[in-house]
Design a protein around this ligand. Sequence first.
Ligand SMILES: [Zn+2]
Ligand SMILES: [Zn+2]
Length: 275
Amino acid sequence: MLQAVVWQDVLVKFFTTYGMVSLRYLLFAGSLFLVFYVWKKRDFFRFKIQQKFPENKHVAREIGYSFLSLSVFAVVATFVFILRKHGYTKIYTNFSDHSMGYFIFSVIAFILIHDTYFYWSHRLMHWKKIYPYVHKVHHRSTNPTPWAAFAFHPIEAVMEVGILPLMVFLMPIHHYAILCWVLYQTGMNVIGHLGFELYPSGFVDGKFTKWHNTSTHHNIHHKLVNCNYGLYYNFWDRIMSTNHARYQDEFENVKARSRAAEQVVKPVMAESFAD
Ligand SMILES: [Zn+2]
Ligand SMILES: [Zn+2]
C-alpha cells in the first residue's frame, strides 16, 4: 500500500512537472514563433539572419523532439525531487537559511557553471564518434526556429539537464534560485535559436557586450557546424579560438541589411503620406 502511494506521488510529480515545463516552453518558444514566423513575419524579415524560412516539416520535427526532451527533463526533475524529499540534496527552501547576497551569488554561479558545462559537453557532442548518433538530431535544423531550442536526441536531453543534479549536490541552492536559472536558460536558448538578430550594430565588438553571445552566433553554429560552441557567453569560444573567423562580419552584414531595408521602406511611406 505504502509502495503504491509513493509511486502515485512520483507519477503526479512527473506529470505536473511535464505540464509546467511544457507550458513554459509554449510561452517562450510559442510566443516568439507566433510573432516572428507568423504575425510579423514580413515586417521583421529584414532582421532574419538567413534570408529564408524553413519548411513546415522541419518546424514540426523541432516541436516533436522538443516535447520529447521536455519529458526527459521532467523525469530528471522528478528524480531530483525524490532525492530532495529524502534529504540527499543541498536544496533549501527557507530564505533565512542563507543571506540574500548568497541567493544572488548562487544564481550567478549556476549560470556561469552551466555555461562552462554546456561548452565542454557540446564539444563532446561534436566528437565524430558521438555526433552522427546523437547531436546530429539537433543539427538537422540548419536554419533554426525558436522550437529548435530543445530539439535534442533523448541522450543529449539527459546530458543537457545533467547540470541540475550536479548543481544540487555541489552547493546550497534555494528552489527559487533554480527557477531563476530555468527561466534564464529557457529564454536564452529560445533567443539563440530565434533566427532573427535583434542586438544592435557594434554589439559583437563592444568592450563589454562582446562577451555575450548573439542569435547570429548560434545561427552560424547551426549552418556551419564546427564553430561557435558557446551558450550564453563568448568566454570559452574566445579562449579556445572556436569563434568563426567571420562571426563579427556576418553579424554586421545582418545589421547593414536591416538598415538598408529600413531606408527603402521609409521613402515609400513618406511618398504615400504626401499623396
Ligand atoms: Zn552543435
Ligand atoms: Zn542549437
